[in-house]
Design a protein around this ligand. Structure first.
Ligand SMILES: O=c1[nH]c(=O)c2[nH]c(=O)[nH]c2[nH]1
Length: 307
């Protein structure tokens, strides 16, 4: 029996880079959180402290800032540039994973006009991109996962949940009309990496819109059904997407019992009052995929959780 080093990777996590285009008085900027991980032969560093193969995490951080100087472009393209640079930059670096979070900002409106250089954060929603490059020679592969987290949605009707089995612990009443709310995390894998074929910004907006429209227009019999419908609509509309994975917490809204104060809690004669529970929450997770596209597990390696 021998004890050996298993899979490993290392890099700089959460490099916060803000790149401002000041070339005209109307500034634009990107606000990113970039994490790099290198894969390859780093055995000696682990087993004997020999750092001859260790491209420092400090240099990885500096590379992110240096590349931002040339303009960032889309998160997907920025990730591709960085991951391609790192993978094969030394013989022993066989692959790289670059994860990019992109934070949105809106212009502040002053006297009815969007301001040139003052902004407000758009909220908790974050656009994500994860690029994985594997290999350095002609057999090199690259994968792009685009996505979003924190897309909080709610519908006040058009949602039912009933017909479930009842064991001795089942107390939930079935309902044909409830509030349905969730915070969508979604990641989708493109079939290619070519920015000319894949206008990443346009595709991101299109997928986001599709998720929203489908959530809104699906008469939901379960959050599971909404998740599936949302994924299916994305794959139907976007042929360059091979698969989509989603994680959707069920942000429960329970009807508040007002009877102790002698009040009814029905739509007649007043507002219907719910209490919004933040925990525990149901966690509904699933993927929707094309059955004729080969899977690419390496694209998901290092991406924690279900998606
Ligand atoms: O849409 C739902 N799916 C469930 O699996 C579930 N379980 C539960 O208690 N409420 C709900 N709602």
């Amino acid at each position: 029996m021998a004890i050996v080093l298993g899979p490993n990777q290392y890099g700089k996590a959460e490099v916060r880079v803000v790149a401002v285009d000041r070339s005209t008085p109307r500034h634009t900027f990107v606000d990113l959180n970039v994490s790099s991980s290198l894969r390859g032969d780093f055995t000696a560093a682990h087993t004997s402290g020999d750092n001859a193969h260790v491209l420092t995490t400090d240099a990885q951080k500096n590379t992110v800032f240096a590349f931002a100087r040339d303009g960032v472009g889309t998160p997907e393209e920025f990730g591709l540039r960085l991951a391609r640079h790192f993978a094969g930059s030394y013989d022993w670096i066989s692959g790289a994973r670059v994860a990019v979070e992109s934070y949105g900002w809106d212009r502040i409106t002053v006297a009815g006009r969007p301001h040139d250089h003052a902004f407000s954060r758009t909220g908790d929603e974050v656009r994500t991109a994860v690029v994985t490059v594997d290999g350095s020679g002609p057999g090199r592969t690259a994968h792009v996962l685009a996505g979003l987290t924190g897309l909080v949605v709610l519908k006040t009707t058009g949602s039912e949940f009933r017909g479930f089995p009842r064991d001795r612990y089942t107390t939930l009443a079935g309902t044909d009309d409830r509030v349905l709310a969730t915070a969508v995390t979604a990641r989708w894998r493109y079939t290619g990496t070519d920015a000319d074929e894949l206008p990443f910004d346009e595709l991101f907006t299109g997928v986001r819109t599709t998720l929203l429209e489908t959530f809104a227009s699906t008469h939901s019999l379960a959050l599971q059904q909404s998740l599936h419908a949302m994924g299916e609509a994305v794959l139907e509309r976007f042929p360059h997407i091979a698969e989509i994975r989603m994680s959707m917490p069920n942000k429960h809204h329970f009807l508040q019992d007002l009877s102790a104060y002698g009040l009814a809690n029905t739509p007649e004669g007043g507002a219907v009052v719910y209490h919004a529970d933040d925990r525990p929450y149901g966690l509904i997770e699933g993927s929707v995929l094309r059955d004729d596209v080969p899977s690419a597990e390496i694209a998901w390696q290092g991406t924690p959780g279900f998606c």
